[in-house]
Design a protein around this ligand. Structure first.
Ligand SMILES: NC(=O)c1ccc[n+]([C@@H]2O[C@H](COP(=O)([O-])OP(=O)(O)OC[C@H]3O[C@@H](n4cnc5c(N)ncnc54)[C@H](O)[C@@H]3O)[C@@H](O)[C@H]2O)c1
Ligand SMILES: C[N+](C)(C)CC=O
Length: 490
């Protein structure tokens, strides 16, 4: 592997101060694929100091937006140049199919291109001042030092949603990828160095959440913390960030309803209900794992899903005919197994799957069969909790109102879908669905131009789109008196 198996602090590739390392595991066969530094709070403090000094020096924040944009565009070009290497690295690290990883790399380059274009587009706003002889204007400035913490399921994609807008707006940053999937993030730091990002502006620290992540969340020199991950960690970060009232952006989990009306195009809805869940073995925050199906087509719909699921080809992400890879780790496999056991205990009916595959070649990896539960109700924990694996729960409904009520019965509010050929009905449902993204006759589509984020406990703030850039800026009002004179009050 030509990758530097190190972290990047203040423009230098370094190991952990303690000398500790961590093995990175291939989820397909549990083999070690890399060994990287395992840092702790001490290394995080050094990286934070570097980012603070770089920001306070002001070189990057005062670089014209067009020049910052050119560097961000260069990063996009380098990602496109190294797309195949990056995609293979992502599949090696996560187990997802290389076809999916290639798609991710296209999306990631697109995110850098999108924010490169926005880097010089905000010249501020002149206000029509109510005060005579004055100029009132509003400008947006970088927030400062940003701590960025990412999960293991879409390692580089989630990193790109943070790196590109924060760089375009002139911030400095410290990124901590998930300790189990750091490889493509390391590679992109190599590319950012090659693109000419100045030393200290971008810093990469590798280590665990309760050490490096906790330091980033609580250190008073960090002005903003942007986190993507689980709800439990999100709550801890929110608490830690209160130390200096950091700005906070949280992209948390989801339990995403997918409503199928009887008048939807049947074949398309079946196909897309599968697509909406089983990519990356269901390890997707916005996976449509909560199917809510109109009673009149329920049995036929479930039958069609089950017949398709039985034929899924599980295997190595590098085999072109593999449709679904493994789960990320032995620990996560254990969690999904427990979730399925709970479903059975709660009285849901197992329609297909429910265990590990039997093929000898899949025994070393962390594989779990695609699974469908029917006879599910909202009081079951399997309907309320994120499975983060290849598991669908199916509920039935009779009326439109009931469908929407079921869909909203959740602490989460990340995403949802509605399938129907009656567009007025779809619009009525969407207006009542409490989620950050709702798809009509589609599922799981996202692109850099539209914001992404959650209602309710799925998060705070938005990534992507223009809102994604606003997360990384502070708003300043500047008032100028152009005819100053004494008031003679005192
Ligand atoms: N909303 C979104 O866009 C989105 C996208 C991807 C994943 N997710 C969510 O991410 C979760 C899966 O990812 P995960 O298992 O890596 O999540 P996680 O919360 O376990 O870990 C995410 C990151 O937080 C770090 N971390 C852990 N404890 C920490 C602490 N005390 N302080 C600071 N950082 C800490 C981890 O090291 C990792 O880098 C799912 O819930 C999924 O829905 C959400
Ligand atoms: C946001 N998304 C869909 C790319 C990944 C969620 O896990």
């Amino acid at each position: 592997m030509s990758l530097k198996q190190q972290q990047y602090i203040n423009g230098k590739w370094v190991g952990a101060i303690s000398g500790n390392t961590r093995d990175i595991i291939n989820p397909y066969n549990a083999e070690v694929i890399a060994t990287v530094p395992e840092s702790d709070e001490t290394d995080a403090k050094v990286a934070i100091a570097a980012a603070r000094a770089a920001f306070d020096m002001g070189e990057w924040s005062s670089t014209p937006g067009s020049e910052r944009g050119a560097i961000v565009r260069k990063i996009a070009e380098l990602i496109e140049r190294d797309k195949e290497e990056l995609a293979r690295l992502e599949s090696l690290d996560t187990g997802k199919t290389v076809v999916e990883s290639r798609g991710d790399m296209d999306d990631i380059a697109g995110v850098f291109r999108y924010y490169a274009e926005l880097a010089d587009k905000d010249g501020g706003e002149l206000i029509d001042s109510p005060v005579p002889n004055s100029i009132s204007k509003v400008v947006r400035e970088p927030v400062g030092v940003c701590g960025q913490i990412t999960p293991w399921n879409y390692p580089l994609l989630q990193a790109s949603w943070k790196l590109a807008p924060s760089l375009a707006t002139g911030n400095t940053l410290i990124m901590k990828p998930s300790e189990i999937t750091p490889l493509t993030t390391i590679k992109v730091f190599e590319l950012m160095e090659e693109a000419g990002v100045p030393a200290g502006v971008v810093n990469l620290v590798l280590g665990a959440g309760n050490t490096v992540g906790a330091e980033l969340s609580s250190n008073i020199d960090v002005d903003l913390i942007s986190f993507t991950g689980g709800i439990v960690t999100g709550k801890k970060i929110m608490q830690a960030a209160s130390i200096n009232v950091k700005k906070l952006a949280l992209e948390l989990g989801g339990k995403n309803p997918n409503i199928i009306f009887a008048d939807a195009d049947f074949e398309t809805a079946v196909d897309q209900a599968l697509n909406g869940v089983f990519f990356h073995a269901g390890q997707i925050c916005s996976a449509g794992t909560r199917l809510i199906v109109e009673e009149s087509i329920h049995d036929e719909f479930v039958h069609a899903l089950v017949e398709r699921v039985k034929k899924f080809k599980l295997g190595s992400g590098f085999d072109e005919d593999t449709q679904m890879g493994p789960l990320i780790s032995a620990e996560h496999l254990g969690k999904v197994e427990k979730y399925v056991e709970t479903g059975i205990k709660e009285g849901a009916t197992l329609a297909v799957g429910g265990g590990r595959p039997e093929e000898p070649e899949l025994q070393k990896g962390f594989f779990f069969l695609p699974t469908i539960f029917t006879d599910c109700t909202t009081d079951m924990s399997i309907v309320q909790d994120e499975a983060f694996g290849p598991v669908i729960t199916v509920e039935k409904f009779r009326t439109e109102e009931e469908a929407v009520k079921l869909a909203n019965d959740s602490i989460y509010g990340l995403a949802g879908g509605v399938w129907t050929n009656d567009i007025v009905k779809a619009e009525r449902c969407v207006a009542k669905m409490r989620m950050g993204t709702v798809w009509i006759n589609d599922f799981n589509l996202y692109f850099p131009h539209a914001p992404w984020g959650g209602f309710k406990q799925s998060g705070i703030g938005r990534e992507l789109g223009r809102l994604g850039i606003e997360e990384y800026t502070e708003t300043k009002h500047i008032f100028q008196n152009i005819k100053p004179e004494p008031i003679n009050w005192f």
